[in-house]
Design a protein around this ligand. Sequence first.
Ligand code: ATP
Ligand code: MG
Length: 449
Amino acid sequence: MSASSPSSGPTPLDFEKIKANSDGSYTGMIRSGISEALTSNPYFAAGGGLMLLGTGLALARQGLVKSSGFIYRRMLVDLEIPSKDKSYLWFLEWMSQYKHRSSRHLSVETNFVQHDNGSISTKFSLVPGPGKHFIKYKGAYMLVNRERSGKLLDMTSGTPFETVTLTTLYSDRHVFNDLLLEAKQLALKAREGKTVLYTSWGPEWRPFGQPRKKRMIESVILDENVADGIVNDVKDFLSSGDWYHKRGIPYRRGYLLYGPPGSGKTSFIQALAGELDYNICILNLSENNLTDDRLNHLMNHIPERSILLLEDIDAAFNKREQSEEKGYTSGVTFSGLLNALDGVASAEECITFMTTNHPEKLDPALLRPGRVDYKVLVDNATDFQVKQMFLRFYENEEEMCELFMEKFRQLNLGKVSTAQLQGLFVYNKRDPESAIRMIESLKNPNTVF
Ligand SMILES: Nc1ncnc2c1ncn2[C@@H]1O[C@H](COP(=O)(O)OP(=O)(O)OP(=O)(O)O)[C@@H](O)[C@H]1O
Ligand SMILES: [Mg+2]
């Protein structure tokens, strides 16, 4: 093929045309020459076209990415709920019960449900597993993305850190609030009428078992005015936050209930927590691996609206002395406890209840105001309590009650605990006469019915 073939070789420049298109000057000639070279040369024309097309596409793509980012920012909103946040479990629980969703990955969560009669059954809830899920809530479409952070572990629970991200249209953003509120109410409803017991678990408080049904405060019968005295004092304390803050006094109050076993100390504190709608944090001071530092940390990180309960406070220190003799160590020292009690420096109120069967063994340093502000004896049953208990178990049996009381006084039974009375009445649930017949069994505190 010859190089001069018009179809394959470059077209020679048409100088006449260049001259005609220019204004006659040199620069005009050059400009016109370049333009002629570009239009008349097929290589240039095709390459330039492709280049222009490529650039155009690239620009368009960039524009698309930018505008989609812009649209995303402008039109969509994200809400991130990390697994550390309280609402995380509320949300998962809510979603497991929500009907309008499409999820293909589910995880199972097993819960134990305690019924009113005390029996326990198991309930499986299918919560949304890691991955993407779609839901429609109050007319808004929402993308729910549950993600695990592969490497990070929550050391306290041993589970991987997770986040749930909710994405919806900007115009529908108000539904986030409604949704979280609904999830919270659902969770609180499940706890309604219940008291959560917390125990220490390493450096933190963890719920111990399922929330328990509240015990009615009237069901714990203390001697005249004892229960009312405590309830009124606690309520007065809880309503005096401002008073304490204004005077710079730490906003805490310590109560000591002392008395023989089975007189209702623990039961009363649990019922009181229910009455106030509080939870209970139980700390066992004789626990072996409890150290002063941990005690201090725990006491300064009590879950909100909780009563701190230190049971058998004397036993902790007896044990400490014994164990020191025997050569093994118990962590908490007496001064550690005093410091922890003094150091609770929270803006929230702090109510501490302590119980003991042996107040005489307690060091006076523990009993000074600021540590123990309210001390009350919860003793064996008085006539008043026996009568009240009888009528609580056998409603409207006034006559039987008189008979029971008469016999009770005659026998001069000595010290009878309310727990013993409960034992007798529970054994004779529907038969007050039988309870009267068996009254002598109260003589022996260790009777097993
Ligand atoms: N005053 C009371 N009113 C109603 N029930 C009581 C009373 N005292 C004890 N009981 C019953 O007796 C049982 C034991 O009571 P509780 O554990 O409260 O006694 P406690 O004073 O804490 O004993 P301890 O000093 O041995 O810890 C519970 O089942 C409780 O229902
Ligand atoms: Mg007790």
